[in-house]
Design a protein around this ligand. Structure first.
Ligand code: SF4
Length: 299
């Protein structure tokens, strides 16, 4: 099934210190016509699933126009990444309900308003919580992405328990923070694998459906390795349309995006002996430069 993602602009109602796109927030926003052209290209390619990413897509004045346009172009399924704050408004959620099937990926990293404000520099915690509750109330499909980072490491289990207490029984992904855009504060934000593995494994043991991204499988106990999402899954991720390209260039563009992603990784000498090399790209180059590779235990 063809999946396409469209970036609606990098504006956001949060200001997260660790955001991977924080240096792009002031970039010029695409106009509606440009966005529609991209949706049109996706439709011509028989795209069945359109994903809208940002910034925070739900604050874009074009969000609903784009969903409407995608529907008229025959795209059946839609989705968006969000911090969930806009979903606290019930009228907004009721409007969204009309676009089903639609699925949201909600970022949720902290178990309380204090930490949220400290690291997202915004009073968004209660809105985000209300947003998730509304998704549950209106039976709209969603999943949760939670970063594994030093600021929330001690509270990671609390985050999961908090979500469960709210009634979240949807897929939860724990994602080891990239760190690319916080190189000046890398050690303040990016935990070593050995620092976070006990917490992560404890969480998985209690919640076997949780998946982990960004920590290589060799760091995990053997029976928990199937909870690790292979980096190669990226090749199946939606093609991100950032500009207009001819239909004939789609596959080239998709491969190009995967190759760019691969360049962020390195396979240290440890990996040469590993049976898992065909499904693991190794570790991020920045991580290797700063923390080395001694934690890896080839499988
Ligand atoms: S390929 Fe390298 S990083 Fe990946 S699991 Fe094997 S040793 Fe670990």
């Amino acid at each position: 099934m063809e999946k396409v993602a469209i970036n609606i602009g990098f504006s956001c109602n949060n200001n997260c210190i660790f955001c991977i796109d924080k240096n792009k927030r002031s970039l010029k926003q695409p106009c509606l016509e440009d966005l529609k052209r991209r949706v049109d290209m996706a439709a011509k390619r028989n795209c069945e699933e359109l994903y809208i990413v940002g910034g925070e897509p739900l604050i874009s004045k074009y969000f609903f126009s784009l969903l409407d346009f995608a529907k008229t172009r025959g795209i059946k399924k839609m989705g968006a990444e969000t911090n969930g704050r806009m979903l606290c408004y019930e009228d907004f959620v009721k409007k969204i309900k009309k676009y089903e099937p639609i699925k949201f990926t909600v970022s949720f990293h902290f178990p309380n308003a204090f930490l949220y404000k400290k690291y997202c520099l915004a009073d968004g915690f209660y809105q985000s919580v209300a947003g998730i509750k509304n998704l549950i109330k209106y039976k709209i499909d969603f999943g949760i992405n939670t970063l594994i980072m030093k600021p929330n490491l001690l509270y990671l289990e609390d985050v999961i328990n908090f979500l469960k207490k709210m009634g979240v029984n949807k897929p939860i992904y724990l994602i080891h923070i990239d760190g690319k855009n916080i190189m000046d504060k890398y050690k303040e934000f990016v935990p070593k694998f050995s620092e976070c593995i006990d917490v992560v494994q404890k969480i998985i043991k209690k919640n076997p459906n949780i998946k982990v991204q960004g920590i290589p499988p060799c760091i995990f106990k053997e029976d928990l390795r199937e909870n690790v999402v292979s980096c190669f899954n990226y090749s199946k991720k939606p093609l991100i349309l950032t500009k207009q390209i001819p239909e004939s260039d789609y596959e080239k563009e998709r491969q190009g995006q995967f190759q760019t992603y691969k360049k962020y990784f390195v396979s240290p000498s440890y990996c040469k002996k590993c049976r898992n090399r065909s499904t693991c790209l190794g570790i991020r180059k920045d991580y290797f430069k700063i923390y080395g590779a001694k934690e890896l235990k080839p499988i």
